[in-house]
Design a binder for this molecule. Structure first.
Ligand code: UDP
Length: 468
């Protein structure tokens, strides 16, 4: 009997670090068994992804693989960049977003393209509830390491009180089942700080709480909730095996270079305009492994003192560099014209930069996409984490996977120029760097093995498709 065509609806929060892995998953699903895939993020993010649509009467668009239908969060005209009142925004996002998503599913169901499965990323646990209301199955796509999933899971299932009770002791050793002990200061800031109602990200704390409650609702006698994870089994085998009552499926790393596609539409998922300086040609002119790549991701508002320390440290290091400073982060008074040894760009194709043979290391805020991209390209890292999962990711990079160092930040969270130079020496010079580079090549190969046809991550995706 011919199998009916599946229709996956992939729904994501409007952050670049959520859109990128969600889009890669959508593409990968569309390539599998020619499933029908609809991708949905907020209208404002969608407009940035497809700038040419702003004048069009309908926002729905298509490319060779995917249909894109955005949902409203009540902020349809918003620009990219820092959200001033995040908790206020989240209240609109949750209420208006869930209503709008429900309408989209209703329309798809009545238009002859019924949705078979909703896959959602973080910060929209209500997507599972909306799917359930429509009688459709759903799966969570966890876009951080499995280690971080396990920390949150334990926090919201019995270990929250002990962590709260010790919150003023950053060196308190937290012991959670199945995980290596870790200092309280390395846990995600959304559990150590944001549980406080006055915290500017308290809504994230609540959203994770709801997510874990919602996961348990999906559990039945016959089936386990599905959690797709953008990691690979070789990297986090033990952490992926902690929960018997969940179907943890590592499907990563899902990156453009793994999928090998030439069918990018719009801005290729980017919310920011790519800098037109010829940075790839510039990289071509540099010796192998010589260039320092610096980026603190799509969200961080890097402070003036940090920008200056970076500029001074990079110049003093005497090494060539590419440094991403987004347009919305060009703080007045920082003289980027002083960048003589390097190139300061507004936004680049990070995966292409990291895959370039001239790049020798990545100075990163340790957002999970950046870390996974660096691991998959075999590039060693200097970590300067600040919040969310960045601190635990930095620890994994240094202590567990052996592919970099974590910088010591000053009391007010700045990586000072001397510290940057020290870290660059550690990862770029001959001594300890040789071993780190060896490990970087090791993980790069493992990442490729995971995603090749018939590899473990590839098989997990096929298992998902077959289970719907
Ligand atoms: N990125 C990019 N160009 C840049 C800087 C970043 O394409 O100039 C991408 C990067 O490849 C990654 C994402 O933006 O996929 C950032 O995600 P991450 O999880 O590292 O950090 P976040 O932005 O969420 O803090």
């Amino acid at each position: 009997m011919e199998k009916k065509q599946l229709h996956f609806l992939v729904v994501t929060f409007p952050f670049q670090g959520h859109i990128n892995p969600a889009l890669q998953l959508a593409k990968r699903l569309a390539l599998e068994n020619s499933s029908h895939v609809t991708f949905s993020t907020t209208i404002s993010a969608h407009r940035h992804m497809f700038p040419s649509l702003s004048e069009a009467s309908s926002l729905e668009t298509k490319d060779e693989l995917i249909t894109y239908i955005p949902f409203s969060d009540g902020h349809d005209e918003a620009s990219t960049g820092v959200i001033a009142d995040f908790n206020g925004y989240m209240s609109d996002f949750n209420q208006i977003g869930s209503r709008s998503l429900s309408e989209i599913i209703g329309n798809l169901n009545s238009s002859g393209h019924p949705v078979s499965c909703v896959i959602h990323t973080l910060l929209l646990p209500w997507a599972a509830d909306v799917a359930r209301d429509h009688g459709i199955s759903s799966a969570l796509y966890w876009i951080q390491p499995a280690t971080v999933f396990a920390i949150y899971y334990h926090y919201y299932n019995g270990y929250g009180d002990i962590i709260k009770a010790n919150r003023h002791d950053p060196s308190y050793l937290v012991e959670l089942p199945g995980l290596r002990p870790c200092k309280l200061k390395d846990l995600p800031s959304f559990v150590t700080q944001s549980f406080d109602e006055a915290d500017p990200f308290h809504s994230i704390y609540l959203s994770f709480d709801q997510l874990f409650q919602s996961l348990l609702k999906e559990r039945t006698d016959k089936s386990k909730p599905i959690v797709l994870v953008n990691t690979f089994a070789a990297l986090e085998a033990k952490e992926l095996a902690i929960f018997n009552d969940l179907e943890m499926l590592p499907i990563g790393p899902l990156l453009p270079l793994m999928i090998n596609q030439n069918n990018e539409s719009g801005n290729g998922g980017s919310l920011f305009r790519h800098d037109e300086k010829g940075y790839l040609q510039w990289l071509d002119s540099k010796p192998e492994n010589s260039v320092v790549y610096v980026s603190f991701g799509s969200l961080a508002a890097v402070r003036k003192d940090q920008l200056e320390e970076l500029l001074n440290g990079l110049e003093d290091s005497g090494r060539p560099y590419i440094w991403v400073v987004r347009k919305d982060n060009r703080v007045e008074g920082v003289d980027f014209e002083r960048a003589k040894n390097g190139m300061v760009v507004e936004w680049c194709n990070q995966v292409k930069v990291l895959s370039h043979s001239s790049v020798g290391c990545f100075v990163t805020h340790c957002g999970w996409n950046s870390v996974l991209e660096s691991l998959s390209c075999g590039v060693v890292m200097v970590g300067a984490p600040r919040l969310s999962d960045q601190t635990i990711n930095a620890r994994l990079i240094e202590e567990v996977w052996g592919v970099g160092v974590r910088a010591e930040l000053s009391e007010d969270g700045v990586m000072e120029r001397k510290e940057l130079m020290r870290c660059l020496d550690v990862v770029m010079s001959d001594g300890a760097a040789a071993q780190m580079r060896k490990m970087a090549v090791f993980w790069k190969e493992k990442a490729r093995e995971a995603t090749r046809k018939g590899g473990p991550s590839d098989c997990n995706l096929i298992a998902l498709v077959n289970s719907i």
